[in-house]
Write a protein that binds this ligand. Structure first.
Ligand code: BG6
Length: 477
């Protein structure tokens, strides 16, 4: 008995050691692509500046580039994202770079990669490549022995429906252990999103009202005042629901709706978040309004007959003890009136109407507002009396600005965490699948898109999701 306990503890320790041992190389598949250019190189530069990039960085792509070309591209990317303000950090990053050109389908590419990795034993493989290539790269990493003790970092989208997410999980788990798989949702690396978790569970005043007894509804809006830019072809295969709602907005819902984690540590947070997705009622076509901005059909890469949504609004229910009957309204779109993201948690009005100044229930309801972008803040709205004889007042906000200089960008944070083996800000297999299960019924079965003018708040039909007299809360920039 004793022996068994010691033995299993030993195994556990060994496992946890290798889980938390830092990666000794970073491999970036798709190093010549857009994501590497826009996000990954600036993040690596920031890591070099902070002195936390100390391992070789091996780029892999099919283009026959030279190392000099890759270094030039890295410099351009950093300049584009800001400026080169730390020459030694840049030189360090450039000196760590290596390049492997090759086809992802060809085992010879992985042999070359293995040679380049030399003495590295615990690489982190970052798949910054189109999702269609995830499986083949993971399988080849396994077959070439490059997965032992390694980690894999997988970019979104993780699958395009429940079946493909399950299949991708199956393949990834046949090669890597769950705690070596880091599924990226860059929203989880944002300060404002991490603050939701902190604000909820670091304060005691919220918990007594944070349920169906006091909360009337929750709205989450992620608005962007630009179009699909050069990503028309990608949008055609994704649409707004898959692009930002099933992942980014659902993650926000999970953090707002989850039960308090039973113990300290990210495993407990992951489990509570997964339960929220499992308790979400699967969506039906009438729960969703899809929109498309005028002019989308003329974007490069877009079909003239496209029915893909660039706007999506939906009404969601979480069938749990805490949230039964509380509607959650989610909305996102391109070419809307502004670029901003906010959560509005509307509380129920007082049960008795004692004062005449707040006739309509919506005028009396207090709310909590989480500003998520472009800046991070929390506001609590309460009614206060105006000076004078009359008992009339106004809804005013207690406003907490939560911005700190020198924050890490989400990619910087997530990359360093994955390299260090810290999975707190990544999504887990069961949660990803449960989130897909909620949207799966409406991916192919839905009402046609409604056109909306650029610069508006999307199609008017989105109002029909709300109760009579309900209004969408439009964040201002
Ligand atoms: C990405 C989507 O995941 O998130 C984009 O593909 C979207 O379409 C972006 O614009 C929004 O992220 P952020 O960090 O700019 O709010």
């Amino acid at each position: 008995m004793h022996f068994w306990r010691r033995f299993t503890e030993g195994v556990e320790m060994e496992k946890s050691d290798c889980r938390t041992t830092p990666a000794d190389a970073l491999v970036i598949f798709g190093v010549t692509g857009d994501l590497a250019h826009k996000m990954i190189f600036p993040a690596l530069y920031a890591m070099a500046k902070r002195g936390v990039l100390t391992v070789p960085v091996v780029g892999v792509a099919s283009s026959t580039w030279s190392l000099a070309q890759l270094r030039k591209r890295v410099k351009e990317s950093i300049k584009q994202a800001g400026s080169i303000d730390d020459r030694p950090a840049l030189d360090l990053l450039l000196s760590q770079l290596q390049y492997v050109a090759g086809d992802y389908n060809d085992p010879a590419t992985f042999k070359k990669l293995k040679r380049k990795l030399g003495a590295s034993r615990r690489p982190a493989h970052y798949l910054a490549i189109p999702p269609a290539l995830f499986s083949i790269v993971i399988e080849n990493l396994g077959a070439s022995g490059l997965a032992d003790q390694a980690r894999v970092i997988v970019e979104k989208p993780f699958g395009r429906d429940l079946a493909s997410a399950r299949e991708l999980n199956r393949i990834a788990l046949s090669v890597f252990a769950e705690d070596s798989i880091f599924r990226i949702d860059h929203y989880l690396g944002k300060e404002a999103i991490m603050n939701i978790l902190y604000f909820r569970f670091a304060n005691s005043f919220l918990e007594p009202i944070w349920n169906r007894n006091c909360v009337a509804s929750v709205q989450i809006t992620l608005a962007e005042d630009f179009g699909v830019k050069a990503r028309g072809a990608f949008y055609e295969s994704a649409g707004c629901l898959r692009d930002v709602i099933q992942n980014h907005l659902f993650q926000i819902v999970a953090l707002l709706a989850m039960e308090p984690p039973a113990f300290q540590g990210f495993g407990a947070v992951q489990s509570e978040k997964a339960k929220v997705f499992q308790a979400m009622r699967p969506l039906q076509p009438d729960d969703v309004v899809r929109g498309q901005y005028a002019g989308y059909l003329d974007e490069p890469g877009v079909s003239k007959l496209s029915d893909v949504e660039t706007f999506c609004a939906l009404r969601l229910f979480i069938d749990s003890w805490r949230w039964q009957g509380v509607p959650w309204y989610l909305r996102s779109g391109k070419y809307l009136a502004t670029t901003a993201a906010e959560v509005l948690v509307e509380l129920k009005p007082p049960p008795q109407r004692l004062f005449d100044d707040a006739a309509a229930p919506e005028g009396r309801a207090n709310y909590l507002r989480f500003r998520l972008s472009p800046n991070s803040a929390v506001a609590l709205a309460a009614r206060v009396k105006r000076a004078g004889k009359e008992f009339v007042g106004d809804q005013r906000e207690l406003f907490l600005l939560n911005e700190q200089a020198g924050q890490e960008t989400p990619y910087e944070r997530l990359l360093s965490d994955a390299m260090a083996g810290d999975g707190a800000l990544f999504t887990r297999e069961d949660a990803v699948e449960a989130a897909w299960a909620v949207v799966d019924p409406i991916l192919d079965t839905h009402h046609p898109v409604q056109l909306y003018p650029q610069g508006s708040w999307g199609p008017e039909q989105a109002d029909t999701l709300l109760p009579a007299h309900g209004r969408w809360h439009n964040p201002v920039r």
